[in-house]
Design a protein around this ligand. Structure first.
Ligand code: DCP
Ligand code: MG
Ligand code: MN
Length: 356
């Protein structure tokens, strides 16, 4: 504290210095900013000029720091070594208002752009910030793979269908796609149970994707998913694969893109196949929503049980510190969703009630 007080008395324009540094830092955090842009737009000579410009900015900050009295006017600010008109205006803004609007503006721009990048399927925070710091600013930059970026197969598809995937579909559209899938599934095996899950089952007006749950009673479903996927591709309902689906046993997950018809937008689809014994647990899991699931799991844990995608388990032992399972426990034979609710002591909730 003493040290900070000392610095403050030593520099009568510390607030100005702080704000200008903060601004400089927002530029530094983004090595791609106008810097990179200008490398492309300007000749080599201009580029050099620009570098000198940046140098001047830090010279200005150093000079302000050395200033022994409080800066009072624009003329005075302009008299400081390394301070040009734009910096002088910024100095006076801080002196008058205690703030520098430009900082907010710059930070907001980064947040907005990183948000757009993160909206691309397959792009997380790390990649989004990396692209931003490399100088990418628009979806077009990503599409053009500017600054030498490489895209994964999923990101490539995400960019290609960005506009389609940015919107949610009306539930009627989800229902139409689901109906087509049911028909194809039953043409493979009439004993398959096929359900539409997620936000659709909760009765929401729009769906972010289509979630499909498939099982067979009795449990015998060799290669159901690969065969179904092949049919859906042939019918042009599936447009692209994003992962999974290669497993030919009863427990498989597929992620892809689908559409109702070539005139419709491309939508995300998740398909889950499970053994019949896990049907009730999977119904709860895949109905969600995710927050409801989290609270149900927490409750199960509090009662010494464990709830997951497969169902409700007893005798699960966890290490107190790491929370890692040390005994797997046994899956309770509860035949319905209701039975799981009852066993947990939770009043029954219809799917549309299971929302945060
Ligand atoms: N789920 C979960 N935890 C996750 C992801 C999913 O418990 N991290 C479960 C609950 C979800 C269901 O799977 O309701 C389906 O996942 P979706 O991501 O498809 O979410 P929703 O269908 O609920 O919403 P949306 O309309 O956005 O797809
Ligand atoms: Mg969904
Ligand atoms: Mn989903």
């Amino acid at each position: 504290l003493q040290k900070r007080d000392k610095v403050r008395t030593e520099c009568p324009n510390q607030d100005v210095v702080d704000k200008l540094r903060e601004l400089a830092n927002t530029y530094r955090n983004r090595p791609g900013d106008d810097y990179h842009w200008r490398v492309y737009a300007y000749s080599k000579g201009d580029y050099l000029k620009m570098l000198t410009c940046n140098l001047t900015r830090s010279v200005a900050i150093a000079s302000i720091r050395n200033c022994k009295h409080r800066i009072e006017s624009l003329e005075e600010a302009l008299g400081i070594h390394g301070v040009g008109v734009k910096t002088a205006e910024k100095i006076m803004e801080v002196i008058r208002t205690g703030n520098l609007k430009r900082i907010r503006y710059e930070q907001d721009e980064r947040t907005v752009i990183v948000g757009i990048f993160r909206g691309i399927y397959g792009v997380g925070t790390t990649v989004a910030y990396d692209w931003y710091s490399r100088g990418l600013r628009t979806l077009e930059d990503v599409k053009q793979r500017r600054f030498g970026i490489k895209l994964t197969a999923a990101q490539d598809i995400g960019v290609k269908y960005y506009e389609d995937l940015a919107s949610r579909m009306p539930r009627e559209e989800a229902k139409d796609i689901f109906d087509q899938i049911v028909t194809h599934a039953h043409s493979i095996d009439s004993k398959l149970s096929v359900e539409i899950m997620g936000s659709y089952r909760r009765g929401e007006e729009t769906c972010g994707d289509i979630d499909i749950l498939i099982t067979r009673n009795p449990e015998d479903a060799l290669e159901v998913l690969p065969r179904l996927l092949k049919k859906l591709h042939e019918a042009k309902i599936l447009v692209a694969d994003l992962g999974g689906g290669d497993v030919d046993d009863l427990e498989a997950k597929y992620m892809g893109l689908c559409r109702r018809s070539p005139r419709d937008k491309v939508r995300r689809i998740d398909i889950l196949t499970i053994p019949y014994s896990q049907w009730p647990g999977a119904l709860i899991y895949f109905t969600g929503d995710d927050i409801f699931n989290r609270s149900m799991r927490l409750l199960a844990n509090k009662k010494g049980m464990s709830l997951n995608q497969r169902g409700l388990w007893t005798g699960v032992v966890r290490d107190h510190r790491t929370r890692q399972k040390t005994a797997a426990g046994t899956l309770l034979n509860l035949p319905t969703e209701r039975a799981i609710f009852e066993y947990l002591g939770v009043p029954w909730q219809e799917p549309h009630q299971r929302v945060r």
